[in-house]
Design a protein around this ligand. Structure first.
Ligand code: ADP
Ligand code: 5GP
Length: 187
């Protein structure tokens, strides 16, 4: 059966940390590599974290209807999931796991219905979220502010998700995430 797990949350909530943990302990999961027009961070590899596309290429793929969903997540920066990526993972027999923004997660859940489990990962508070983002040190200050502004908005969407998981103590979050995902795959 073609199944999918959707992890969404404001930037800095811990999606990457949780998804990477699940991938390391559950070989039956396959990470959906999104396409983006943002520049790679240090250590990011094309085709591993993202397919890094230029804007023209991205827009051409939108026009060709190649995306399951896509969005201008931040001003001038586009992200999206290609149909071909999901099909690639399903053809390998994997359950697809998505790390997408809150609006994208809601859209993917609507498309996949009961074949998908959507999980909203919530930081214990906005202050803790800001602190984690600052410590991660991957964004310059104006991009950091952009992410925090968006987080206030995104936190209103948790009731559109199947499950809300509060990411307070990391070890506990990882264990809970594992239990939730395993029970969904076995159902
Ligand atoms: P996202 O992918 O949602 O943007 P990350 O997984 O990059 O978030 O996490 C943001 C930062 O917070 C990272 O530096 C990560 O190591 C840290 N982090 C994640 N979860 C916790 C936690 N429960 N307690 C403390 N720090 C955390
Ligand atoms: P980052 O730049 O920190 O890697 O990601 C920024 C945001 O874009 C995150 O919230 C991430 O989940 C989201 N994102 C990544 N891929 C996609 C996608 O394919 N679609 C949507 N809607 N959001 C995505």
């Amino acid at each position: 059966m073609k199944k999918a797990i959707i992890f969404s949350a404001p930037s800095g909530s811990g999606k990457t940390t949780v998804v990477n943990h699940l991938l390391s302990v559950m070989p039956e999961l396959g990470f959906s590599v999104s396409a983006t027009t943002r520049k790679p961070r240090e250590n990011e590899v094309d085709g591993r974290e993202y397919y890094f596309l230029d804007l023209e290429d991205f827009k051409q793929k939108v026009a060709n209807d190649e995306f399951l969903e896509s969005e201008e997540v931040y001003e001038g920066i586009f992200y999206g999931t290609l149909h071909s990526e999901v099909e690639r993972l399903w053809s390998l027999g994997k359950t697809v796991i998505f790390d997408v923004d809150v609006a994208g997660g809601v859209r993917i859940k609507k498309k996949f219905g009961d074949n998908a489990l959507s999980i909203f990962l919530r930081p214990p508070s906005i202050d803790i979220l800001m602190d984690r983002l600052r410590k991660r040190s991957t964004e310059v200050e104006h991009q950091l502010q952009m992410r925090i502004d968006k987080a206030h908005f995104e936190l209103q969407f948790e009731n559109q998700y199947d499950i809300v998981l509060i990411n307070d103590k990391l070890e506990e979050t990882l264990q809970k995430a594992e239990d939730i995902v395993k029970s969904f795959i076995q159902s």
